[in-house]
Design a protein around this ligand. Structure first.
Ligand code: PHE
Ligand code: ZN
Length: 878
């Protein structure tokens, strides 16, 4: 992977020659034309003389420029499309600019823009990564930290609510029907964390008293039609605040914490200091308009953004190459939060499913990059599964290797050393290492090296000596784009089980590498062997418990041993994994045409045994009944024939349903003492299991559709209603079209529910899926300008309907390529995200491969391709 000519390179990093200590911003807000006055107090770094001050600025109209209170002669400044450069400044100076910007015309959703209509919508900002330069001229890089004072002025009737980062510092009348409000943020911050919001918003609020005794106002803002759905989010914020104090000793640090919901957002949410902004999808939730999964996602994303206050905001990134420093760590914290307050096993299974479905293929294809990339031409395209999810896995491995206490001490040192600073991944590892007396330098390779390591395990039992030798070997093989990788530190959480299902002690002899008290073997070279003593019989070996390292494991385990683990493993994740592995083996046999009916019962009996266990967490049971999706099953296979994968998976699922029919019925008929409107974790888990049983039964025999219809009629929450609708659709039942219409009518005024309605149809594996999706783009509720709609319909089709997207005649590819062109003219970031669906093109059989390549090339050849889109297309072809 060589860097394209215009790329930004990590190796070229230079500390800024100019600092900005203080910023004063005054906004005269108006959707058509907003005027931004900025006053920057700048200081040249000692030792850098005569360096011009270069300020980033894009799509800004310059109205005025002054330095130290006077005009600047023409020869001392230069303005172009991307920057304003000031020459021959004194070592400290005050730079004042005035700019005009046009929020209503801003469909890129970066900088200041309008959510909703010009007449009724509200104004808001999005600055990460490089949006602040569309608001004013500024050194728009994360290592310039300044104190902000912000004054907002706007028409009082049209924009009654005015918000910006920091503490409220006055408000009043501005005459002529206008009013003003001022905010001072005492914490120096990079420009990407700036935010303002102005408009007609309702609020709900509460107070939280921190462990340090600070009374914090917690406020959730949304438009009038959404405010009733904000109660859950408010609850989640308080839970997150309490949890971060208890688990990591981190308190909130301003007078108020505000969050705002918008329907117009390219990502999930944004951690602006004290003023988090959320895609409504991850903030709004009530029983009528949100599914159980939505409730959990709100909890997780609210937690995520809140946790950024320390991991990202108080300690921030030196440059965008360090993005995973804040994202990997914050995803890890979010995962731990949900695991502690909801279900650890369920969250872990879901995270690993995501890793396999999204990150492994990314890491194996042309868009692969290290968790810390070496160069980029569009940073927006690096908010990836690798930076987020693989980054979180690295942090999890560190926590496993250092132990819970050690990791906590390490993080404490990281915060105390670097509070208020912009730092690097090296700084993070150094703090963890210093606090625990370990040299963590070898871990840097995890951040530097792309690709998924392969871990090969082999064992040997010596009956006479009662010893078991376990050998672990690792490799990160070369691919077309990169050489073979080096050995990485791998924590392998391990347990041995006897034939009776009991745990055996894990006692390694003195010559073996160390084993931690909780059974973690640290493989830190290419190969190592552990000799375990006192092992009387050949053990069943359970490796990577809790998925302790993000690798592909190759271990020769007999199906009967997997069945034993499915029954007896007390690590919920590995229990699930044993069942999942059995299922995948059967899938591989069906795909290869070598399936033997005799192999099926080991798998289905293992599941039936778990289902019959009254003590089982219903959420785990539901996961056991859920096969990997087609994308995951295709992963690692070359060449992929998506049609064959679809057919084989459907056959396997039908076989499961048929074999378990009586068990599934029993499970469904078990009386449940759960209020159908309760949303606590046990209630959600039970619904999850019941709906999974129902879906399988509908597969087993059409007669079971009567149950589905009953649920469809009687559902009192969105989870159950949607689950029933999905079954009717999947079965292509004659009443499915009418049910779809009913659903659309019932939820006509609820955009987030309609998104699910779009997704359901987009992911239905029908022959005419592409035509249906194309037709839905003309539905009155569909809007090309709205990222949620584009994701719900088009991205869902491209990523979650492999059969439709990869249809042999290329109709799916053409639909997505045309959509990309259309979206690129509006919201380039969204177009680039859609285009990643072509990233795996090389893995497909020749006909599809050629078609996909043709679409990528055609897109690249069009006039006016955005930088974001061009970057994805170029890297896909490289
Ligand atoms: N920083 C945000 C998060 O992960 C994601 C984001 C990136 C949002 C860029 C908007 C723009 O919490
Ligand atoms: Zn984040």
């Amino acid at each position: 992977m060589s860097a394209p000519a215009l790329a930004v390179r990590l190796a070229d990093y230079q500390a800024p020659a100019w600092r900005v200590t203080d910023v004063e911003l005054v906004f005269d807000l108006d959707p058509e034309a907003t005027v931004v006055e900025a006053c920057l107090r700048v200081e040249r770094d000692a030792g850098t003389d005569a360096v011009p001050l270069r300020l980033d600025g894009e799509s800004l109209e310059l109205l005025a420029l002054e330095v130290d209170g006077g005009p600047l002669p023409a020869e001392r400044w230069r303005l172009d499309e991307r920057s304003l450069t000031l020459l021959d400044l004194p070592a400290t100076a005050t730079v004042r600019t005035r700019a005009r910007i046009r929020p209503a015309a801003n469909t890129a959703l970066q900088g200041l823009y309008l959510s909703g209509s010009a007449a009724a919508g509200f104004l808001l900002t999005q600055c990460e990564a490089e949006g602040f330069r569309r608001i004013t001229w500024f050194p728009d890089r994360p290592d310039v930290l300044a104190r902000y004072t912000v004054t907002l002025r706007a028409d009082r009737a049209r924009f009654p609510v005015l918000l910006a980062n920091g503490n409220a510092a006055g408000a009043g009348d501005a005459g002529g029907g206008r009013h003003w409000a001022r905010f001072v943020d005492p914490h120096p911050k990079p420009s990407y964390l700036f935010a303002l919001v102005a408009g007609r918003l309702e609020r709900i609020e509460d107070t939280f008293v921190t462990a340090e005794g600070r009374r914090v106002g917690v406020v959730v803002h949304a438009e009038a039609d959404a405010i009733a759905q904000c109660g859950w989010a408010l609850d989640c914020i308080k839970q997150a605040m309490r949890w971060d104090e208890a688990r990591f000793g981190r308190c909130y640090d301003l007078d108020a914490f505000h969050v705002v919901a918008t329907h117009d957002f390219t990502m999930g949410a944004m951690e602006n200091k004290g003023l988090n902004i959320f895609n409504s999808k991850y903030l709004l939730a009530d029983i009528e308009q949100a599914t159980d999964d939505d409730f959990r996602h709100v909890l997780a994303v609210v937690g995520h953004e809140y946790f950024h206050n320390w991991t990202g905001n108080r300690v921030t990134c030196r440059d965008w190459f360090q993005l995973s420093l804040k994202e990997g760590l914050t995803v890890y914290r979010e995962q731990e939060f949900e695991s502690d307050v909801a279900s650890r096993t369920l969250r872990r299974i879901e995270d690993v499913r995501t890793l396999w479905r999204a990150q492994f293929p990314e890491d194996a294809g042309p868009l692969a990059h290290p968790v810390r990339p070496l160069h980029y031409s569009a940073i927006d395209n690096f908010y990836t599964a690798t930076v987020y999810e693989k980054g979180a896995e690295i942090v999890r491995m560190l926590a496993t290797a250092l132990g819970r206490e050690g990791f906590r001490r390490g993080l404490d040192l990281y915060f105390s050393r670097h509070d208020g600073r912009a730092v690097t991944i090296e700084d993070f590892l150094a703090a963890l290492g210093a606090a625990t007396g370990r040299d963590l330098a070898p871990w840097l390779a995890w951040y530097a090296q792309p690709g998924t390591p392969e871990l090969v395990a082999s064992g040997r039992h010596d009956a006479q000596a009662q010893r078991y030798a376990l050998t672990l070997r690792q490799r990160t093989p070369a691919t077309a784009n990169r050489p073979e990788g080096q050995a990485l530190p791998l924590p392998v959480a391990t347990a041995l089980f006897g034939r009776d299902g009991r745990r055996l002690p894990l006692r390694a002899d003195a010559a073996s590498p160390p084993v931690s008290d909780d059974g973690v073997l640290l493989l830190d070279g290419a190969e190592a062997t552990w000799q375990f003593e006192g092992v009387a019989e050949p053990p069943v070996v359970s490796l990577l418990r809790g998925y302790s390292a993000p690798v592909r494991l190759h271990q020769d385990v007999a199906a009967a041993d997997l069945a034993l683990l499915a029954r007896h493993e007390d690590d919920g994740f590995n229990r699930w994994l044993a069942v999942d592995t059995l299922g995948r083996r059967l899938f591989a046999d069906i795909l290869a045409g070598t399936a033997s009916p005799a192999a099926l019962p080991l798998w289905t009996d293992a599941i039936a045994a778990v289902l019959g266990d009254d003590g089982i967490d219903p959420a785990l049971a539901a996961e056991l009944l859920t096969l990997p999706d087609e994308a995951t099953l295709s992963e690692g296979r070359v060449p992929v024939d998506p049609e064959a994968v679809h057919v084989a998976r459907a056959r396997l699922e039908t076989a499961l349903a048929t074999a378990l029919e009586p068990d599934l019925l029993r499970c469904l008929d078990r009386p449940v003492a759960v209020a159908s409107q309760a949303i606590d974790a046990p209630a959600q888990a039970r619904r999850r299991l019941r709906n999974r049983c129902m879906a399988l039964l509908a597969r087993a025999a059409p007669t079971h559709l009567e149950r589905v219809r009953l649920q469809w009629r009687e559902a009192v929450n969105l989870t159950d209603r949607l689950a029933a609708l999905a079954c009717l659709l999947q079965a292509e039942a004659p009443d499915a079209p009418a049910a779809l219409d009913d659903f659309a009518t019932r939820h006509a005024s609820q955009p987030l529910v309609l998104d699910k309605w779009f997704s359901l149809q987009a992911t239905a594996a029908r022959d005419d899926a592409a035509e249906r999706v194309a037709a839905l783009t003309t539905h009155p509720a569909f809007r090309w300008e709205n990222p949620n709609k584009v994701y719900a319909l088009l991205l869902a089709f491209a990523l979650r309907n492999p059969r439709g997207f990869h249809r042999a005649d290329g109709a799916g590819y053409r639909l997505i390529a045309e959509s990309i062109t259309r979206v690129d003219a509006l919201t380039p970031q969204v177009a680039a995200r859609l285009a990643t669906s072509f990233g795996g093109w090389r893995r497909y059989e020749p006909v599809r491969r050629a078609q996909m390549r043709h679409e990528i090339e055609r897109l690249r050849a069009r006039p006016h391709v955005s930088t974001d889109l061009a970057d994805i297309l170029d890297r896909s072809l490289a």
